[in-house]
Design a protein. Structure first.
Ligand code: NAD
Length: 508
């Protein structure tokens, strides 16, 4: 069981004790045992307004700091992350329940995006464009945007913020972060490390990065405030439906990173050993609580029986337990509501003809307030409404297919469009899946599973996943505003499109 000492040591290490409050109404819990870790004060609407005020004031300074100098802040932040990787990884594991390897991996992802952002701080390039007017030059410049609001989910309590924060800060923006109410300690620890980097940097404006703790009302405050030109919101499609219209109503920009319902096709020519390992990690890993978790598996009928028998055995033998133990591969679900949603989905699957294996509760005697479950595999004859919706738990629905076209059509016949993969050694099949007639997702992989993206690429998905992209590639452009500049170095004033508009005699 997580000892109190353990957590208070981490709280001391990150110097966040001052944010704790014995009477606070926000309770930080550990899903490892379900018990309370700490209490914190909820931020009020006024706190949110104050945070936006501070960030706006900081932005007015920060936007004029040269971008490579802004990159220096992120370089120092990455140093703090490297120095505290073990402690922050452990805190993530204690507060979120993912296995320690994944907690550490989440911190590594933060370090990686910082490194990317430092390089980016010497780029942020615009184009020079051909102009039709003689003696003119046309170019585009990219300017800092303003205050970026970040709303994040419990399942990546640190990395999603870092993807946004590292890029936004080198782009010259200021931040207000509303983390998940289920992971407030991790958020405060991240902010503390950034504050330390800022102190070493010297000259970062106060209020450049702010954290407000609480529920949806604070996300709404960010969505509604016209001083927040961009809100990057990660969470369920339900949350996206609530915040997106509010941001749109004031013509703000949104990066929406919402729910997924990710599929994988295993074709007859696939390397089945690879496909098995990939399916196991993608479906059961992180207790099924990744947006890119594998939820739907389409297996060709010629290999179905043998492959599914092996996969069931792998599910049955996977070690589920304390996420800090080295042999554990699957930790607890975040809370009782997640477990109840899993059980409801399995009951529905059984009632509509699915064959369910696994899914039972584990370790209830040892930790009655924690919710561990064996990953479940459901063989289902049809892609029902249940299969088409995201249940954020380790449930893998398995379907048999005959022709690849059918499998791709079924794969795309869901409302979400985040991540996808095919296992095949047939070049034609792989290329079809990658083509415009293939997967309709934002992430499309061959011979690796759908989960576990790298920061170098653009991350995000289509349809109800929200259409947002963040992290690598050219995602930085969403955090800046583009200006098109035309400069006349001639002595004439030619108008575009050959328009003639001569001034009256004597004035020209
Ligand atoms: P959630 O939607 O319950 O909460 C996410 C955040 O939104 C939290 O900060 C929460 O306080 C806030 N929120 C919730 N409802 C809101 C509302 N009505 N109005 C305003 N704010 C609201 O999600 P969760 O349970 O924390 O995370 C799991 C979900 O997030 C899954 O659907 C998962 O697929 C998705 N997710 C998506 C990505 C992605 O990149 N696409 C990444 C991680 C998680």
């Amino acid at each position: 069981m997580t000892s109190a000492v353990n957590v208070s040591e981490l709280i001391n290490q990150f110097e966040i004790a001052a944010r704790l409050s014995a009477q606070g109404r926000l309770v930080a819990r550990s899903p490892i045992h379900g018990g309370e870790l700490a209490r914190l004060a909820l931020s009020s609407g006024d706190d949110a307004t104050r945070a936006i005020d501070q960030a706006q004031a900081a932005f007015l300074d920060w936007r004029s700091v040269p971008a490579p100098r802004r990159g220096e802040l992120i370089r120092l932040f990455a140093e703090e992350l490297r120095a505290h990787k073990a402690a922050l990884g452990l805190l993530i594991t204690i507060e979120n329940g993912k296995i320690l390897q994944e907690g550490l991996g989440e911190v590594q992802e933060m370090i990686d995006i910082c490194d990317f952002a430092v390089g980016l701080s010497r780029q942020l390039y615009g184009l020079t464009l051909a102009t039709e007017r003689p003696g003119h030059r046309m170019m585009e410049t990219w300017h800092p945007l303003g205050v970026v609001g970040i709303v994040s989910a419990f399942n990546f309590p640190a990395a999603v913020w870092a993807w946004n924060a590292a890029i936004a800060l080198v782009c010259g923006d200021a931040l207000v972060w509303k983390p998940s109410e289920k992971t407030p300690l991790t958020a405060l620890a991240c902010q503390a490390l950034l504050d330390r980097a800022a102190a070493r940097f010297g000259g970062a404006p106060p209020g450049l990065s702010n954290v407000i703790l609480g529920g949806p009302d604070l996300a709404e405050a960010l969505a509604d405030d016209p001083r927040v030109p961009l809100v990057s919101a990660t969470g369920s499609t339900r949350m996206g439906r609530a915040v997106a219209p509010r941001i749109a109503a004031r013509f703000g920009r949104a990066i929406l990173e919402l729910g997924g319902n990710n599929g994988m096709i295993v074709a007859p020519s696939a390397d089945l050993a690879l496909a098995l390992r990939a399916a196991l990690f993608a479906a059961a890993g992180t207790a099924g609580q990744r947006c890119t978790t594998l939820r739907r598996l389409f297996v060709h009928e010629s290999i179905y029986d043998g492959f599914i028998a092996r996969l069931k055995r792998a599910f049955a033998e996977t070690v589920v337990g304390d996420p800090r133990d080295a042999q554990t591969l699957v930790g607890p679900l975040i809370d009782e509501a997640a477990y109840a949603a899993m059980q409801a989905a399995l009951a529905e699957a059984g009632a509509e003809g699915g064959q369910v294996s696994g899914g039972e509760r584990l370790h209830a005697q040892l930790w009655p307030e924690a919710f561990y479950a064996r990953p479940a595999l459901v063989e289902t004859p049809r892609q029902t409404a249940l299969v088409r919706r995201e249940t954020f738990a380790p449930i893998l629905y398995v379907l048999r297919y005959g022709a690849l076209d059918e499998a791709i059509a079924a794969h795309n016949a869901v409302a979400q469009g985040l991540s996808s993969s095919i296992f095949t050694n047939d070049l034609r099949e792989a290329e079809l899946f990658l083509s415009s007639a293939g997967s309709d997702c934002g992430i499309v992989n061959v011979n690796i599973g759908p989960s576990g993206a790298e920061i170098g690429g653009a991350f995000g998905g289509e349809k109800e996943t929200g259409g947002g992209r963040e992290a690598g590639s050219d995602c930085w452009k969403a955090y800046m505003r583009r200006a098109t500049n035309t400069i006349n170095f001639s002595r004439d004033l030619p108008l575009a499109q050959g328009v003639r508009f001569d001034a009256p005699e004597g004035l020209g």
